[in-house]
Design a protein around this ligand. Structure first.
Ligand SMILES: Cc1cc2nc3c(=O)[nH]c(=O)nc-3n(C[C@H](O)[C@H](O)[C@H](O)COP(=O)(O)OP(=O)(O)OC[C@H]3O[C@@H](n4cnc5c(N)ncnc54)[C@H](O)[C@@H]3O)c2cc1C
Length: 599
């Protein structure tokens, strides 16, 4: 690569960065509307993390128990610990039934009831009639729902001819000379060649960043690249203190055992054989919201009732569930247990412990999928040319804690909505290429920094550590400092340690940064994003002196609506924080006022 060369440019009506469920749904709609779209993915599209989603997608179809979108809305707001924006949650829950029917027509093979209707299972935090009996709201294709959705959407995109850049890595957003977002710089992973994809409409759908923690359920590609790009463009991230720890990761390994297992009747037990959730959530027990169950497990272990030689996990018992239910509804879970633990859950319980699963925060957007950022007067303004959807975005429908089955819904609802927003803009104003000159200076500077690292490390590589070592240290710092329970001391220590990580990254040894296939370079670029996200998380979490949803502080154990019913916005420069109000104004339903959250 020669940085003085001009990069080749391709021009598109719209760019979709990411080919998970969110990106695919968006690209499909845009292509269907006749626009010239490019979708970019750093892995082959059907390897995106959506493929791993097990349990299902929520919609108030009422096929198993009576249901209404208004009850779904209430449950989601309560689950969010009242931090979710009520206008966005209302919109998502209203759209859900239509979205599921549409997926079915795209070819998703949903599991069926005897009647032929779509099967729906019980998931945590779901209720009938605003908090009464358990609801069954999660539509599932056995325990491989994400796989079915992603493959169906991919086939539909192929059918319509969406242009796909697979195994291309997006490095950074490009700005026009007017300061609007005008495209991205991408790199072909096979040969390291750069290319500019230019467009007046760039959408980020780059997924989550669970790799910031050591124990996580996420794919190794979930490194929050879109979030890093946004921070480097001088834009904020929202609510980054809120990370979901899933209660049932395979102990010591992290991979997910779906909530569907408890939905089908599975019970958590401690070393004494007690079904301990009865103590923590007397009404709904094992199907309490995820943050509640994760804390309960952490407390059982901390108080010495953990299982195994080190007393460091609990057991998920499904031995009382009929064998045919397990083989029909939970075949993937049985597979995971047999492959990774050598355990057949029909006969033996599964060792589990909380594991980082989902990022509630992300790139702030409005319901239309447009990225928003405060101006100098603190007013929220649309960032021209930039959109975000899916796990990388924060719209915010999950607030401080996401309910199971609501993320697949979020990615499809807002994937479709953002496509309609872009399509409308394209129909009213076809972009003119000549007035979108790009400013490449900051991008060249970043690449030059990396190239320099490779040159200096060639001289001193023996003494300097590697990208992999730094990533491991980063993950340990985050596990220790910002896990299920946190306090000022653990987080301040994490912040200090992160400064050391930043220094190590600045001097990292990179053997080659030239025009070749080089996975170390890729890991380095990803690590830069993870470190930026870790700073956003720790800074936001240190400042929030309350406990809400997944942000659980030992030193501030109560929720404080007076001071903290507001969203955090984090800017990378000087680790600056500003705050914005939670939307308590749904369009159709009355607002749900914050109440104590009991299950
Ligand atoms: C194990 C597991 C099980 C889950 N089960 C459920 C469930 O049952 N129900 C539910 O509602 N939710 C579930 N979730 C959550 C849900 O699956 C995810 O939040 C959701 O699928 C994310 O979709 P996405 O499209 O935003 O991102 P992803 O599917 O993660 O896709 C991200 C895309 O961005 C691309 N990308 C990223 N960075 C770059 C870059 N720099 N350059 C180019 N491309 C890039 C990737 O290649 C990929 O195509 C689960 C999550 C996990 C980890």
């Amino acid at each position: 690569m020669n940085l003085s060369d001009n990069f080749p440019i391709e021009f598109y009506d719209a760019l979709v960065i990411g080919a998970g469920g969110a990106g695919m749904r968006c690209a499909l709609k845009l292509t269907e509307q006749g626009h010239k779209v490019a979708m970019v993915s750093k892995v082959f599209p059907t390897r995106s993390h959506t493929v791993a989603a097990q349990g299902g997608i929520n919609a108030a179809l009422g096929n198993v128990t009576p249901d209404q979108w208004q009850w779904h809305m209430y449950d989601t707001i309560k689950g969010s610990d009242y931090l979710g924006d009520q206008d966005a949650i209302e919109f998502m829950c209203q759209e859900a039934a239509e979205i599921v029917r549409e997926l079915e027509h795209f070819g998703v093979p949903f599991s069926r009831l005897e009647s032929g209707k779509i099967y729906q299972r019980a998931f945590g935090g779901q209720s009938q009639n605003y908090g009464e009996e358990q609801a069954h709201r999660t539509c599932a294709a056995a325990d491989r729902t994400g796989h079915a959705i992603l493959h169906s959407l991919y086939q539909q995109n192929i059918r319509l001819g969406t242009t796909i850049y697979d195994e291309y890595y997006a490095l950074d957003l490009l700005k026009t000379i007017n300061g609007e977002i005008g495209g991205v710089l991408v790199m072909n992973i096979h040969d390291g060649a750069y290319k500019i994809l230019q467009s007046s409409h760039t959408l980020l759908a780059t997924g989550g960043a669970g790799q910031v923690f050591r124990n996580n359920t996420n794919a190794s590609i979930n490194t929050g690249d879109g979030l890093g790009m946004v921070l480097r463009a001088g834009l904020p991230l929202q609510d980054m203190e809120f990370w979901q720890f899933h209660p049932t990761g395979v102990a010591g390994k992290g991979m997910l055992i779906s909530e569907a297992v408890r939905g089908e009747g599975g019970k958590l037990r401690n070393a004494l054989g007690e079904a301990f959730m009865e103590k923590y959530a007397p009404h709904v027990k094992d199907l309490a919201s995820r943050d509640v169950v994760s804390r309960a497990i952490a407390i059982e272990v901390k108080e010495g009732r953990g299982c195994g030689a080190n007393k460091d996990y609990v057991l998920l018992d499904i031995s009382h569930i009929p064998e045919e239910v397990i083989t029909e509804r939970l075949p993937g879970i049985r597979d995971i247990s047999q492959t990774f633990l050598g355990i057949d859950p029909i006969k033996e319980p599964i060792p589990v412990f909380p594991t980082c699963h989902y990022m509630m925060g992300g790139i702030p957007t409005n319901i239309q999928g447009q990225v928003v950022s405060p101006d100098d007067l603190g007013e929220q303004k649309v960032v021209k040319g930039l959109y975000a959807i899916g796990e990388c975005a924060c719209v915010s429908v999950h607030g401080a804690n996401r309910l199971g089955g609501n993320s697949l819904l979020d990615i499809i609802v807002f994937g479709r909505k953002a496509a309609l927003t872009i399509s409308e803009a394209l129909h009213s104003h076809k972009p003119n290429r000549s007035n979108t000159d790009l400013n490449l200076q900051s991008i060249r500077q970043r690449l030059q920094r990396w190239q320099k690292r490779s040159e200096t490390s060639a001289e001193t590589s023996a003494q300097i550590d590697s990208v992999i070592q730094i990533k491991k240290s980063l993950q340990q710092i985050m596990d220790r400092g910002c896990g299920v329970f946190r306090d000022h001391q653990t987080m301040q220590q994490a912040f200090n340690d992160l400064q050391g990580i930043q220094l190590r990254l600045d001097n990292v040894c990179l053997t080659d940064f030239n025009d070749v296939f080089n996975l170390e370079r890729l890991a380095g670029l990803e690590l830069e994003n993870l470190v930026a996200i870790a700073f956003a998380t720790v800074t936001s979490a240190l400042a929030r002196t309350e406990s809400r949803g997944a942000h659980s502080r030992v030193d501030f154990a109560e929720r404080d609506d007076q001071a903290w019913l507001k969203h955090t916005l984090y800017f990378q420069e000087a680790h600056r924080l500003v705050y914005k109000a939670v939307n308590l104004h749904p369009k159709h339903h009355v607002a749900f006022e914050p109440k104590p959250r009991v299950y």
